[in-house]
Design a protein around this ligand. Structure first.
Ligand code: FES
Ligand SMILES: [Fe+2]
Length: 349
């Protein structure tokens, strides 16, 4: 599927855009550079000089200004050319193509559609990455072969947990038997999956301070903005009321943030973190949950990329639906409608 342009996407983790350095990255099939101005604010521009189209990622930063290292043109943080060596008059046409960016919750966000529509209030909430009552370690996966919607399909249908993640996230057949509650909103979907009296997931065994069966919850929002999935999930001893919202002190409480940004039509950036909301003074908990989640997400990558290869080989083959597809079908319907509206607006412009 194509990607929406008039929405915010995660372009990078904050630490990837180091002061004084230029980060080259392809987003929505556009080669970009990300860098910081003199005060540290993030900037984004097309990775091509308006003079002879040399890549600006091979340029250098001079304070907050960017010099193309082919013929030496210098651009200020608004993208205006402020120096042409050997020439006094500077044409206003010598201008970088720049994009609105914002830094929030340890993420750098970018808007690649109509800049006049880039309202920072539309950036989805990801405060779990930065809030004092959560601990999160940034993660990243590059999908070299998957359209972002193939990955989104996986995130909107957890019936795969007991199969793809048999020895990690676990869940067995129950993960497919739990009936998710799916609510539809203007911004996307909320999916709630509650498991009562079930075994603790294999990957949490080292973190739990209790034995026996658990009540397990996965309540998550998928937002069109940023293709961002934000999930409240965890496990507590069975019968203490966790499925009704109780969070006893021994509960293992997490919140993930997972954002998919198309790189090209066939490759995707996947930014993620699984924040823990317990044992805040024990950094090994955060390290361990990060390590275990990375293993589980590599399991997803393996099956999703293999699936994408088959889809690409059989582009006209129909897929056959089952009940578990309800979430992904609704997600695709929302996206499809917005893509169509965007195409119609572009055609009318
Ligand atoms: S191509 Fe950039 S200065 Fe000539
Ligand atoms: Fe998965």
């Amino acid at each position: 599927m194509k990607a929406l342009r008039n929405t915010w996407y995660v372009a990078a983790w904050d630490f990837e855009v180091e002061p004084g350095r230029i980060l080259a990255r392809r987003l929505l099939d556009e080669a970009l550079i990300l860098y910081r101005d003199e005060r540290g604010g993030p900037l984004a521009a097309a990775d091509r000089c308006p003079h002879r189209l040399a890549p600006l990622s091979a340029g250098r930063l001079e304070g907050g200004a960017l010099r193309c290292m082919y013929h030496g043109l210098l651009f200020d943080s608004a993208g205006r050319c402020i120096d042409v060596p050997g020439q006094e008059h500077i044409s206003p046409n010598l201008k970088l193509k720049t994009y609105p960016v914002a830094e929030r919750d340890r993420l750098i966000w970018i808007w690649m559609g109509d800049a006049a529509l880039a309202d920072p209030a539309l950036i989805p909430d990801a405060h779990w990455l930065a809030a004092p009552d959560w601990r999160a370690k940034p993660g990243y996966i590059h999908y070299d072969r998957a359209n972002y919607v193939t990955i989104m399909d996986n995130l909107l249908d957890f019936s795969h947990l007991g199969f793809v993640h048999e020895n990690t996230l676990g869940g067995g057949r129950v993960s497919a038997e739990v009936k998710p509650q799916i609510e539809r909103f203007e911004w996307g979907l909320r999916i709630s999956r509650l498991y009562s009296n079930t075994p603790l997931a294999p990957y949490l065994k080292g973190l739990a301070k209790f034995d026996g069966p658990v009540d397990r919850w996965q309540i998550y929002d998928w937002r069109v903005a940023g293709n961002l999935l934000s999930m409240d999930f965890g496990s507590a001893p069975a019968g203490v009321g966790a499925l009704e919202g109780a969070r006893p002190p021994e509960a293992l409480v997490f919140h993930t943030v997972q954002a998919l940004t198309p790189e090209t039509e066939g490759s995707t950036h996947y930014f993620w973190a699984a924040a823990n909301g317990f044992e805040l003074d024990n950094p090994t908990v955060t390290e361990e949950i990060h390590r275990q989640t990375a293993i589980a997400f590599a399991e997803d990558k393996f099956i999703i990329q293999a699936q994408q290869a088959v889809i690409d080989e059989h582009p006209h083959e129909r897929m056959t639906g089952i009940a578990a597809d309800a979430g992904l079908q609704q997600g695709r319907a929302i996206l499809g409608r917005l893509l169509q509206a965007e195409a119609e607006r572009e055609a009318a412009a």
